[in-house]
Design a protein around this ligand. Structure first.
Ligand code: INI
Length: 157
């Protein structure tokens, strides 16, 4: 029987950093609310959560990397909203956030979750930040817990 490794959803004792972009704050605040509710629901203590605000999604990777390098967090959640209709440089901002956040994860070994909405319209962003299509912030928090716990399970054999 193969040994199966899983990350459970017990957040007790996990230390989590949330990096959130101020650009499109009407959306990103909802993502943050969803993330914090989910962390709390799964047992992550308030004292074990740090929230850092950055100017925009472009800045998420560098701040996430600084937080990861402290060694004080088991998981990092990056939250932002890049809306094509609102920007001429959608591809650059979204592309930097995507590849940068992926690099932080791989370079530091601290799971760094991509909770950046990339949408065509503000309406789609509203739908996915607590509207009719759920909340990407909540999903990201669940992913952060599961991945951190899976890495713990791998490390403890
Ligand atoms: N930042 C976002 O998070 N979302 C956007 O849609 C956006 N637009 O539209 O440009 C955006 N721009 C700011 C960018 O992230 C940086 O903060 C800025 O370029 C300074 O580096």
């Amino acid at each position: 029987m193969p040994k199966e490794l899983n990350g459970d959803m017990n957040g007790q004792g996990l230390r989590v950093a949330v990096v959130v972009a101020r650009f499109n704050e009407v959306i990103t605040r909802q993502l943050l609310t969803g993330a914090l509710e989910t962390l709390t629901r799964h047992g992550v203590r308030d004292d074990d959560i740090s929230v850092a605000w950055v100017a925009g999604s472009f800045e998420l990777p560098v701040v996430a990397k600084s937080m990861a390098k402290t060694g004080r967090y088991d998981s990092i959640i990056c939250l932002g909203a890049v809306i094509r209709g609102e920007t001429g440089h959608y591809e650059m901002v979204a592309g930097n956030a995507t590849s940068g956040i992926g690099s932080v994860s791989l370079e530091t070994g601290i799971p760094t979750v991509f909770g950046v909405l990339t949408t065509e319209t503000m309406e789609q962003a509203i739908n996915r930040s607590g509207g009719k299509s759920g909340n990407v912030g909540s999903n990201s928090a669940a992913t952060a817990i599961e991945t951190a716990r899976l890495i713990q399970a791998i490390n403890t054999g």
